[in-house]
Design a protein around this ligand. Sequence first.
Ligand code: ZN
Length: 291
Amino acid sequence: GGWRTLDSRGPMALPDLSRCALHTITTKPWSLEQCVAGCQQAGINAITVWRNALEPYGARRAGEILRAAGMRVPALCRGGFFPAVDAAKRQAALDDNRRAIDDAATIGAEMVVLVCGAVPGMPLPEARRQIAEGIAAIAPHACASGVRLAIEPMHPAYAGDCSAISTMRQARLICEQMPWRGRDGYPVVGIAADVYHVWWDDALEDEIAIAGAKGYLQGFHVCDWKLAQSDLLNDRGLMGEGCIDIATIRGWVERAGFTGFNEVEIFSDRYWQMDQSEWLQRIVAAYLAHV
Ligand code: ZN
């Protein structure tokens, strides 16, 4: 890559992999050990661990594998799914989220990413009320465990059954209801901004600035929005394949004070069929060119 001009304030640093993190789901066919080895070979030093990748090892063993490789772990994916039609299901979600927090602490993950949930037929305001209630119920445990919770707003196409939180603003309004602070003074409940989900929002630049100023900006996920998607979940684009101006959004995020990882999270049936080492090489090239 070369110098990239952010704005009149001058050039950004040359792109490199020092702040690149890989979500295990991006190389889904790989086990956690294969993913760690692949990242080491590719020069990536951070891995966000999905629970399906953790499962075969258990959190203790997974933590050993990650630490032995010197991997930083930005996040465990994922908790959430708070709203439900009956109390027993809501309670089961809280128990599951507490287990996710425990596992995050064990593997050294900084945060648990929350896909907050939605129930077909349940009015979105009611779903959001239950989401806030659920996060408030687990936040003390996260606080005591030294793990943060990151609400991930999801594209409105997912509002029917996956996330009643569609925008950065809706996520922020929930964060503002949560009084818990970690030992470092930062809010325990914050936001993970995924370019796929929030790039279309005309309030994005402002909301990133507000979230940064309030200490809510915890995670930043990258992939791309392809114009023709064969599947809403599993046909995401590699950076540069779609229409998201990732570098500009990253500039906003950094200007808001974010110093965390740029996490590559790509669900793709197409790319999961490739040799995953070759796929990771393409990811690295795309990251250097477009993030
Ligand atoms: Zn994401």
